[in-house]
Design a protein around this ligand. Sequence first.
Ligand SMILES: C[S@@+](CC[C@H](N)C(=O)[O-])C[C@H]1O[C@@H](n2cnc3c(N)ncnc32)[C@H](O)[C@@H]1O
Length: 326
Amino acid sequence: MIDVMKMITARMYMKRNEPFLSSWHAYVGYELDLFKAFGRPMSKFDVADALQLDEDLLEQWIMVGLSIGHLKEAGRGRYKIANAWKLPKPKGNNSSGVLLKEMMELHIPTLLQYPEMMREKSRSHFDEEKHAPTVAETSRLLEVLAMPKMSKKIRDNEFKQVLDIGCGEAGYIKKLAKRFPDTHFTGIEISPAVAEKAEQLTQDDANIEIVNADLWHYQPERQYDMVMLNNVIHYIDLEKREALFTELASWLEEGGIFSVVTPIAGSVDDPPFANVFNSFFSSFDNLYRLPTREELAEWGETAGLKLLGIHTVIKEGSWYIVQYSK
Ligand SMILES: C[S@@+](CC[C@H](N)C(=O)[O-])C[C@H]1O[C@@H](n2cnc3c(N)ncnc32)[C@H](O)[C@@H]1O
């Protein structure tokens, strides 16, 4: 009887892990441009040769692809992608593949260190320069969903000066600057590599300025109509968060808006992904857990701001846009 239970449990976990196989397969295909290569019927030999890849490993990857439906046979020993809409687009097109890359290269390896970190009571260090470009690109996937709430505030209030703190690759301000040509946008970014990329991407936008600076050392030259803090809270030490809200509120004009994008976690009612984010962030000595709803309300109140609303951006990831007015 006990042996039967063991078998059932083992089978259950194997079944539950099946979706992981698709993610792994899609990640490898994205990373090595294999879905592009198999965009038309190709043999494993031609692809291995063209991309200079190990043919035996490629063959095994093709077999997995056939069994999970990412690839199909196309005659004469050739293969082709199947269900293209399910697969990540090639690199560099704001592809969803970047999310797979971040998950496979950063999140999963980190979570696998958990036993050792718990035993050793140790933490990893988040390598900013290594991961910042991927993380900044992943955050951009959320833009389309969060953007309307930001646009509305700028349009309704005819805001003229907007500051984006931890602007990453300037995805938000680039889109907003196009929509609001009479509004000036300033983006602050601490990573030199990411700030440089942001500058490149916005060099033709006369109403955008990118500053490579740490927000804690930035001295604003003026008051702003709107200050944005998108996907940055988990970089901020828990003890400094309340003070940060108060500081940023002091950079706002009366009637200005403080607009924050962040996942929210910490309650058993929050989706599992959000709570696992917290396990991930807590693995590093320089990243910190996500805020709770209560904290977001409290910090705003201490800063003298009025909480306007907490709106869902992505339910599964527990991602929200939280807006306050001064
Ligand atoms: C997850 S990314 C988000 C980028 C962008 N705001 C978005 O939502 O798409 C967070 C960014 O904040 C930057 N950052 C972290 N701490 C910062 C600080 N103290 N000052 C300025 N930027 C910071 C990081 O380098 C990173 O590019």
